[in-house]
Write a protein that binds this ligand. Structure first.
Ligand code: GMT
Length: 375
């Protein structure tokens, strides 16, 4: 099959999932064309089945806002015709499903039928898409997609609650390539980060308010009062600076390392003992799954789709959003001795297998096949 994928090329979860999906499809001998404004951060162009087409938006002084959707839909028309694409898969409804629909209509005028699969990722529904300024366009684009998927059951329910959706929504959870995940680094270099007796606690995100970064600092503060520990903070975003200030104020600056964005997530998780994800909202929590496959148990909130990923009492623990005391208590429970930690580590890895690429990607392929059957 020839598949065009539209996504955000950034470190955000939706872009990561779209990229990993494209890579998995290419390995299965499908021809994959990424169409976006920059090469996706995790995309390796060495596979001959993977192609990247950049969307350029020429600036024009009359425009206060440059029309990306227009440029994207025009680029889609060109690429779908040129490469005889079979299926268009857009990740994140805004504005990708909208631009995809326009491309579909333009191609229809030329007698070309292109089925469109739209995958909803979370904030496109619960945060941004739900805003009255966007809602009619988002509703329209979802209802006019040929197939709609959501990354968790919880996101499906949120979508049906918040929008008037006529289309059936299929749940296709996010996935991870378990076999590709390196859990046996010989160069793990834990000693660069911490002393042997220190526990390593990690958080990875885009540091937006929804991630409740201050809760992470508070939980870690309690942990480090009970045992020697380090906190590794990976990612960039508006909440990073206030978090750094808080660490200074608490006198734990030397125990917390802020890395910024990193392409070495696996290596960092390799020497981590615990992952914190106390988010206000989370449609799935891909970062938690990435931690689990690297044998890192998860302390998280029970928001959104997280309970579909983090199995309470098995791969970690769930608490109410903002219940820092419960999260701290649970974190200490996991970290208290090597035996308990090892048990949770093995369980986390075991739970992650449910989301292996070989289990999930065939579900997308089956949906592409049914989309192709729609005329
Ligand atoms: O919140 C993020 O980390 C970024 C955001 C995105 O749009 O890329 O992530 C959303 O999609 C991910 C992939 O499906 C999910 O794992 C995240 O839970 C979801 N974020 C939220 O719902 C807040």
């Amino acid at each position: 099959m020839k598949i065009a994928i539209v996504c955000y090329p950034t470190f955000g979860g939706s872009g990561v999932v779209a990229t990993e999906l494209g890579i998995a499809l290419a390995k299965l001998d499908h021809e994959v064309h990424f169409i976006t404004y920059k090469q996706p951060v995790r995309l390796d162009l060495l596979n001959p089945n993977i192609h990247f087409h950049e969307v350029n938006v020429p600036t024009y002084p009359l425009f206060l806002y440059q029309p990306y959707e227009l440029a994207l839909s025009s680029k889609l028309v060109g690429m779908i015709k040129k490469y005889k694409i079979d299926v268009l898969h857009v990740h994140y409804a805004i504005p990708h499903a909208y631009a995809g629909y326009m491309a579909k209509k333009m191609l229809e005028e030329e007698g070309i039928h292109i089925p469109m699969v739209t995958t909803l990722h979370g904030t496109d529904i619960t945060l941004v898409g739900n805003h009255p300024y966007y809602k009619p366009a988002v509703t329209f684009s979802i209802n006019n997609s040929d197939i709609v998927t959501s990354v968790s059951q919880n996101l499906k329910e949120d979508t049906l609650r918040l929008f008037r959706i006529r289309k059936e929504i299929q749940v296709v959870p996010n996935f991870i390539d378990v076999s590709h995940q390196k859990t046996d680094f010989t160069d793990c270099q834990r000693e660069l980060m911490a002393t042997p007796e220190e526990r390593i606690v990690t958080h990875i995100s885009n540091f937006r308010a929804v991630k409740r970064i201050q809760d992470i600092i508070a939980i870690f503060d309690t942990i480090q009062k009970r045992m020697p520990a380090k906190l590794l903070m990976i990612g960039e975003g508006p909440e990073r600076k206030p978090a750094e200030e808080k660490c200074k104020e608490l006198g734990i600056k030397d125990k917390v390392i802020f890395f910024g964005n990193s392409n070495e997530v696996d290596k960092i998780l390799c020497f981590s003992d615990l992952f914190l994800l106390p988010s206000e909202r989370e449609s799935f929590g891909l970062a938690a799954l990435e931690a689990m496959v690297n044998k890192v148990p998860v302390i998280s909130s029970n928001a959104g789709g997280i309970p579909e990923v983090n199995n309470h009492g098995i791969s970690g623990f769930l608490s109410e959003v903002g219940d820092i005391d419960d999260m701290s208590k649970n974190a200490i429970e996991i970290l208290k001795d090597d035996y308990t930690l090892e048990k949770f580590k093995q369980n986390a890895y075991h739970e992650a297998q449910k989301f292996d690429v070989n289990v999930i990607v065939p579900k997308y392929i089956a949906l592409y096949e049914s989309a192709l059957a729609i005329t």
